[in-house]
Design a protein around this ligand. Structure first.
Ligand code: SF4
Length: 658
């Protein structure tokens, strides 16, 4: 093994599509220690290669598929993988996490990650089996839907190996082939949904990658890992969110709480309530449409739904899709949502960006800015609109560029609901202002998860005053940083739902829960101490947060809660540092004016996001300049002073340019 650490295969594969040359990408143990894996490892590699003028659709852009050291170690919910690249949608780096089994089988094939550059002359599918790489023509697969492609690949693998073999696959659909800026990559029914990773794969002429093999994935301390995993599975199964709500209702189960708290974005974020929500909520989905609960490999939570469309069992909609394709466009037909969700998956595109761009177009039509035939509450032409997007026909050719692009052409920027070009999820931030800050500062653009998911504290589980900006900046930084390392380690972020102790979730009205909620807005100085000196947390948290201990047992690194936290800080600032190269700073950490300037409740000024006020505190907590640029001092503190771009940053700060 080319590494002294456990949990890793010790090899990163580099593929140049232009020449079909393969090699080992140099990745040292020092880099493993600093960047762990997943999206952070990918950010470091992208940072080493991307220049300020690199284009998303270019041979210089890299598509990186990476796993984490927990993948395949038996830790819960760790069969995932990450895809990172320079996004054609946002023009900055994007990362997208995906379930399914590809991550696990990539490691079984012998690799921790694949770094893909160049461009193939003809459509190809790449097969990686026990360290060997084969390029096959994909001319007969090109044009196929995502499910059909995976079925066809199964047959091809059988033929090539003379028997059925266990494997993982990633594929794109017509949307990726036609360079829809928010095309996704699919693995089984799961998607690396956001930021247009599928379009980059399509531009590079790669229809699919298959992985298989029988390498052993070894933890540094297998016995301790086994014991911890046993307790961890039990804890997740007994927790009210990961053991009851998510398995029972999936993410869609959150919709009723969102409606109650004014968090359900309705009519393109005009309102926070939808009168017909009972016709489309998680309970109705479970009662009338759900056939069976499904989940990713090694996951006790099993949050996925299976519904029937045209008599076939298919993946059901997640909360974001459900909310944006129902309340978001004033549609109360749940069957239609299930059908559109399936169609979007088959065409291979991000349901969030597709739905939100559609809602923008409906409003632009209503306001007579763009005569496009799309109307709120009218569902007959929605399927056709999605097909037109995937094949870039008619208005679909413009919708395929996302809401920011459309608003630049037709006007209405104040209701094109995106940040840095990425459309927001279904949570209305005017009733969760900390989430608003998260959406605005998220490195990949308007994302609730990369944004820190403060809504969990501000309404979904805890009730920390959702309208106050007090304490929100420091808490947002804390959650963003923790989630960075969870993701880099290769674990599903839903496991962090269990971070809130069970009694607090079960008894939201208990005095101690109310006391915690009352204190948290004033916790800024204490949390800041942790930001400034993560090393003081030289311990592991008890059972609510097993991740740091698991990383220690899997890798053998000397991990504590504090070093786990610092890794997340490094990761978040690294992505920002790279994005600075593309001109990202304070001016880009924004939300559309509808969310910052127009109160959700008329006359109640607290129901808008006081973004600028929170940004000042946020940048201080991060150690960035007031313009939102990581300072040389912060980069050094986070061990990022070895990067080539560090010197340029020092020079720019010295000259007063930042
Ligand atoms: S919680 Fe859901 S998305 Fe996450 S690993 Fe489990 S089944 Fe997959």
């Amino acid at each position: 093994m080319a590494t002294k650490y456990g949990g890793y295969m010790g090899k990163v594969l580099k593929i140049d599509l232009s020449t079909q040359e393969v090699a080992e990408y140099p990745w040292s143990d020092e880099e493993r220690r600093l960047y762990i894996g997943g999206k952070t490892m990918a950010a470091k590699i992208l940072g080493d290669h991307l220049k300020s003028d690199t284009q998303a659709f270019s041979e210089e852009n890299l598509l990186i598929v990476s796993t984490g050291p927990l993948t395949g170690t038996g830790a819960p919910s760790t069969s995932r993988f990450n895809v990172s690249t320079l996004s054609p949608q946002t023009k900055i780096i994007t990362s997208s996490n995906c379930g399914g089994n590809f991550g696990y089988y990539l490691k079984k094939a012998g690799f921790d990650a694949v770094v893909i550059g160049g461009k193939s002359k003809e459509p190809v599918w790449i097969d990686i089996h026990n360290d060997k790489i084969n390029f096959h023509s994909a001319s007969d697969l090109w044009g196929m839907y995502t499910t059909k492609t995976q079925e066809a690949l199964e047959e091809k693998l059988k033929e090539n190996y003379g028997r059925a073999i266990k494997n993982g696959k990633i594929v794109i659909g017509p949307a990726g082939e036609n360079l829809v800026s928010y095309a996704s990559i699919f693995s089984n029914e799961r998607a690396a949904g956001r930021g247009g990773t599928g379009a980059v794969m399509g531009w590079k002429n790669v229809k699919a990658i298959t992985v298989s093999g029988n390498h052993e994935i070894k933890s540094a301390h297998p016995d301790k890992m086994k014991e911890l995993n046993k307790k961890w599975f039990k804890y997740l199964r007994n927790h009210p969110l990961t053991g009851e709500q998510l398995p029972k209702l999936g993410t869609a189960g959150l919709m009723s709480t969102m409606q109650m708290r004014g968090l359900l974005s309705t009519k393109n974020y005009t309102y926070g309530h939808y009168d017909d929500y009972e016709m489309v909520n998680g309970e109705t989905l479970a009662e009338k449409y759900n056939i069976v609960n499904k989940g990713c490999l090694t996951c006790p939570i099993k949050c996925a739904r299976t519904v029937e469309v045209n008599g076939k069992p298919v993946k059901g909609p997640e909360l974001e899709t459900l909310g944006l394709l129902s309340a978001g466009i004033l549609n109360c037909d749940l069957e239609a949502v299930c059908k559109w969700n399936f169609e979007l998956d088959e065409l291979g595109m991000d349901t969030i960006s597709a739905a939100s761009t559609l809602a923008y177009a409906m409003e632009a039509n209503e306001k007579e800015l763009w005569d496009n035939g799309l109307n709120f509450g009218k569902t007959e032409n929605v399927s056709q609109a999605f097909r037109d997007i995937a094949y870039r026909k008619g208005i679909g050719d413009e919708l395929a560029n996302g809401s920011r692009w459309c608003a630049e052409k037709y006007g209405g920027k104040e209701f094109a609901i995106n940040s840095k070009g990425l459309e927001l999820a279904a949570y209305e931030p005017r009733r969760s202002v900390g989430l608003g800050l998260g959406y605005a500062t998220s490195n990949r653009g308007g994302c609730h998860l990369n944004g820190g998911y403060m809504v969990l504290f501000e309404g979904l589980s805890l009730m920390v005053n959702p309208q106050t900006p007090k304490g929100k900046a420091d808490l947002t930084v804390m959650l963003q940083d923790l989630m960075e390392t969870v993701s880099a380690a290769g674990q599903c972020l839903f496991t962090t739902y269990a971070f809130l102790p069970s009694p607090a979730v079960k008894n939201p009205n208990a005095w101690y829960v109310k006391a915690v909620c009352a204190i948290l807005p004033f916790s800024g100085p204490v949390v800041r101490l942790l930001h400034l000196m993560p090393q003081i947390a030289c311990f592991h948290l008890p059972v609510i947060f097993n991740q740091s201990k698991a990383l220690k047992y899997a890798t053998g690194m000397n991990v504590t809660f504090g070093s786990f936290f610092k890794c997340g800080k490094r990761a978040f600032t690294l992505e920002r540092h790279i994005n600075s190269r593309f001109g990202i700073d304070r001016k880009d950490d924004t939300l559309p004016k509808r969310l910052t300037d127009v109160p959700q409740v008329e006359g109640d000024d607290s129901t808008r996001v006081p973004l600028e006020k929170m940004k000042d505190v946020y940048y201080r907590a991060r150690g960035w300049s007031k313009d939102g640029v990581p300072t040389p001092k912060t980069l050094k503190k986070l061990n990022l002073d070895g990067l080539d771009s560090y010197k340029e940053t020092c020079r720019a700060f010295k000259e007063g340019g930042l």
